[in-house]
Design a protein around this ligand. Structure first.
Ligand SMILES: C[S@@+](CC[C@H](N)C(=O)[O-])C[C@H]1O[C@@H](n2cnc3c(N)ncnc32)[C@H](O)[C@@H]1O
Length: 180
Protein backbone atom coordinates (compact mmCIF):
# COMPACT_ATOMS: atom_id res chain seq x y z
CA UNK A 1 0.00 0.00 0.00
CA UNK A 2 1.17 3.55 -0.48
CA UNK A 3 1.76 6.11 2.18
CA UNK A 4 0.51 9.68 2.36
CA UNK A 5 3.11 12.33 1.59
CA UNK A 6 2.24 14.13 4.84
CA UNK A 7 3.31 11.08 6.84
CA UNK A 8 6.63 10.90 5.01
CA UNK A 9 7.16 14.63 5.49
CA UNK A 10 6.57 14.27 9.22
CA UNK A 11 9.31 11.67 9.58
CA UNK A 12 11.68 12.61 6.76
CA UNK A 13 15.21 12.88 8.16
CA UNK A 14 17.35 15.97 7.49
CA UNK A 15 19.31 14.08 4.81
CA UNK A 16 16.04 13.98 2.80
CA UNK A 17 16.93 10.50 1.61
CA UNK A 18 14.11 8.00 1.18
CA UNK A 19 14.69 4.28 0.69
CA UNK A 20 11.75 2.06 -0.20
CA UNK A 21 11.37 -1.69 -0.47
CA UNK A 22 8.47 -2.59 -2.79
CA UNK A 23 8.16 -0.13 -5.69
CA UNK A 24 5.00 -1.43 -7.37
CA UNK A 25 3.63 1.50 -9.45
CA UNK A 26 5.89 4.14 -7.92
CA UNK A 27 3.24 5.76 -5.72
CA UNK A 28 5.54 5.61 -2.68
CA UNK A 29 8.31 7.30 -4.69
CA UNK A 30 5.90 10.03 -5.78
CA UNK A 31 4.72 10.54 -2.20
CA UNK A 32 8.36 10.84 -1.06
CA UNK A 33 9.10 13.44 -3.75
CA UNK A 34 5.94 15.34 -2.78
CA UNK A 35 7.15 15.23 0.83
CA UNK A 36 10.46 16.85 -0.12
CA UNK A 37 12.76 13.85 -0.53
CA UNK A 38 15.81 14.81 -2.59
CA UNK A 39 17.17 11.29 -3.12
CA UNK A 40 15.13 8.14 -3.51
CA UNK A 41 16.18 4.54 -3.87
CA UNK A 42 13.40 2.02 -4.46
CA UNK A 43 13.80 -1.74 -4.70
CA UNK A 44 11.45 -4.29 -6.24
CA UNK A 45 11.95 -7.91 -7.24
CA UNK A 46 9.43 -7.63 -10.11
CA UNK A 47 11.10 -6.47 -13.35
CA UNK A 48 7.77 -5.11 -14.66
CA UNK A 49 7.40 -2.87 -11.59
CA UNK A 50 10.91 -1.51 -12.07
CA UNK A 51 10.28 -0.96 -15.79
CA UNK A 52 7.08 1.01 -15.08
CA UNK A 53 8.85 3.12 -12.46
CA UNK A 54 11.74 3.76 -14.86
CA UNK A 55 9.22 5.12 -17.34
CA UNK A 56 7.34 7.13 -14.73
CA UNK A 57 10.47 8.77 -13.27
CA UNK A 58 12.51 8.99 -16.48
CA UNK A 59 14.84 11.98 -16.50
CA UNK A 60 14.91 12.21 -12.70
CA UNK A 61 18.43 11.24 -11.58
CA UNK A 62 17.40 11.64 -7.95
CA UNK A 63 15.21 8.52 -8.28
CA UNK A 64 17.20 5.30 -8.46
CA UNK A 65 15.63 1.92 -8.96
CA UNK A 66 17.03 -1.45 -8.02
CA UNK A 67 15.59 -4.65 -9.42
CA UNK A 68 16.31 -7.21 -6.72
CA UNK A 69 14.91 -9.08 -3.82
CA UNK A 70 14.68 -6.45 -1.06
CA UNK A 71 17.21 -8.11 1.22
CA UNK A 72 19.85 -8.42 -1.52
CA UNK A 73 18.98 -4.94 -2.81
CA UNK A 74 19.39 -3.31 0.61
CA UNK A 75 22.66 -5.17 1.19
CA UNK A 76 23.98 -3.98 -2.17
CA UNK A 77 22.86 -0.40 -1.54
CA UNK A 78 24.39 -0.21 1.94
CA UNK A 79 27.69 -1.69 0.68
CA UNK A 80 28.01 1.01 -2.01
CA UNK A 81 30.36 3.70 -0.62
CA UNK A 82 29.06 6.39 -2.97
CA UNK A 83 25.44 5.75 -1.96
CA UNK A 84 26.41 5.63 1.72
CA UNK A 85 28.11 9.00 1.44
CA UNK A 86 24.96 10.52 -0.05
CA UNK A 87 22.30 9.00 2.17
CA UNK A 88 23.32 10.11 5.68
CA UNK A 89 20.62 8.96 8.09
CA UNK A 90 17.88 7.88 5.67
CA UNK A 91 14.15 7.41 6.03
CA UNK A 92 13.38 3.79 5.18
CA UNK A 93 9.93 2.62 4.09
CA UNK A 94 9.51 -1.15 4.28
CA UNK A 95 6.66 -2.19 1.99
CA UNK A 96 7.89 -5.23 0.02
CA UNK A 97 5.62 -8.20 0.42
CA UNK A 98 3.68 -10.83 -1.44
CA UNK A 99 0.16 -12.02 -0.58
CA UNK A 100 1.42 -14.56 1.93
CA UNK A 101 4.77 -13.37 3.19
CA UNK A 102 6.89 -10.40 4.11
CA UNK A 103 10.68 -10.11 4.27
CA UNK A 104 10.43 -7.39 6.95
CA UNK A 105 12.43 -9.22 9.64
CA UNK A 106 15.26 -10.01 7.21
CA UNK A 107 15.20 -6.42 5.96
CA UNK A 108 15.56 -5.15 9.54
CA UNK A 109 18.53 -7.47 10.05
CA UNK A 110 20.22 -5.97 6.99
CA UNK A 111 19.48 -2.45 8.28
CA UNK A 112 20.90 -3.31 11.71
CA UNK A 113 24.04 -4.84 10.22
CA UNK A 114 24.58 -1.87 7.92
CA UNK A 115 25.38 0.29 10.94
CA UNK A 116 23.89 3.43 9.38
CA UNK A 117 23.55 6.73 11.22
CA UNK A 118 20.22 6.01 12.91
CA UNK A 119 17.54 5.86 10.19
CA UNK A 120 13.85 6.55 10.67
CA UNK A 121 11.96 3.40 9.70
CA UNK A 122 8.34 3.16 8.55
CA UNK A 123 6.80 -0.30 8.29
CA UNK A 124 3.55 -0.82 6.41
CA UNK A 125 0.71 -3.29 6.89
CA UNK A 126 0.84 -3.89 10.62
CA UNK A 127 -2.60 -5.48 10.41
CA UNK A 128 -1.18 -8.16 8.09
CA UNK A 129 1.83 -9.17 10.20
CA UNK A 130 0.14 -12.05 12.07
CA UNK A 131 -1.23 -13.35 8.76
CA UNK A 132 2.33 -13.31 7.37
CA UNK A 133 3.62 -15.17 10.42
CA UNK A 134 5.41 -12.12 11.84
CA UNK A 135 4.76 -11.71 15.56
CA UNK A 136 4.45 -8.10 16.62
CA UNK A 137 6.72 -8.71 19.63
CA UNK A 138 9.41 -10.19 17.34
CA UNK A 139 9.03 -7.26 14.96
CA UNK A 140 9.38 -4.82 17.84
CA UNK A 141 12.53 -6.61 19.12
CA UNK A 142 13.95 -6.45 15.62
CA UNK A 143 13.24 -2.72 15.35
CA UNK A 144 14.80 -2.14 18.76
CA UNK A 145 17.87 -4.10 17.68
CA UNK A 146 18.49 -1.37 15.10
CA UNK A 147 18.29 1.32 17.80
CA UNK A 148 17.09 0.62 21.28
CA UNK A 149 15.88 4.16 22.03
CA UNK A 150 13.54 4.63 19.08
CA UNK A 151 10.27 6.45 19.66
CA UNK A 152 7.46 4.32 18.25
CA UNK A 153 4.31 5.78 16.72
CA UNK A 154 1.58 4.57 14.35
CA UNK A 155 0.03 6.43 11.42
CA UNK A 156 -2.74 5.56 9.01
CA UNK A 157 -2.02 3.63 5.83
CA UNK A 158 -3.94 4.07 2.61
CA UNK A 159 -5.03 1.67 -0.10
CA UNK A 160 -3.75 1.49 -3.66
CA UNK A 161 -5.90 4.13 -5.34
CA UNK A 162 -8.23 3.80 -7.34
CA UNK A 163 -8.54 0.02 -6.85
CA UNK A 164 -8.59 0.42 -3.09
CA UNK A 165 -9.52 3.92 -1.91
CA UNK A 166 -9.69 2.83 1.75
CA UNK A 167 -7.73 4.04 4.74
CA UNK A 168 -6.23 1.66 7.30
CA UNK A 169 -6.05 3.23 10.75
CA UNK A 170 -2.67 3.03 12.53
CA UNK A 171 -1.41 0.48 10.02
CA UNK A 172 2.08 1.96 9.65
CA UNK A 173 4.59 1.60 12.47
CA UNK A 174 7.11 4.42 12.67
CA UNK A 175 10.38 4.07 14.56
CA UNK A 176 11.98 7.49 14.75
CA UNK A 177 14.52 9.63 16.47
CA UNK A 178 13.86 13.20 17.59
CA UNK A 179 16.22 15.44 15.64
CA UNK A 180 16.66 19.15 16.21
C1 LIG B 1 2.44 -3.27 -1.62
S1 LIG B 1 3.43 -3.22 -3.03
C2 LIG B 1 4.41 -1.78 -2.76
C3 LIG B 1 3.62 -0.48 -2.83
C4 LIG B 1 4.47 0.76 -2.90
N1 LIG B 1 5.47 0.76 -1.86
C5 LIG B 1 3.61 1.99 -2.74
O1 LIG B 1 3.82 2.76 -1.78
O2 LIG B 1 2.77 2.24 -3.61
C6 LIG B 1 4.54 -4.54 -2.78
C7 LIG B 1 5.64 -4.68 -3.83
O3 LIG B 1 6.65 -5.50 -3.25
C8 LIG B 1 7.24 -6.28 -4.26
N2 LIG B 1 7.87 -7.43 -3.57
C9 LIG B 1 7.28 -8.50 -3.01
N3 LIG B 1 8.20 -9.27 -2.38
C10 LIG B 1 9.39 -8.66 -2.56
C11 LIG B 1 10.71 -8.93 -2.15
N4 LIG B 1 10.99 -10.01 -1.40
N5 LIG B 1 11.69 -8.10 -2.50
C12 LIG B 1 11.42 -6.99 -3.26
N6 LIG B 1 10.18 -6.66 -3.67
C13 LIG B 1 9.18 -7.48 -3.32
C14 LIG B 1 6.09 -6.63 -5.18
O4 LIG B 1 6.61 -6.92 -6.48
C15 LIG B 1 5.24 -5.37 -5.12
O5 LIG B 1 5.54 -4.53 -6.23
Amino acid sequence: MPILAENIERFLTPSKTFIETGTLWGDGIQAALDAGAERVWSIDSAPQAIKKAQERFAGMPSVRLICANSVAGLERLFRDPEARAQMGAPTIWLDAHGSHDSPVLEELTVIRNADLPTPNILIDDMRMMPWWGVEISTLMDSVRSVYNLYHIDYVDGCGQWPRDPGMYPKDIMVAYVERS
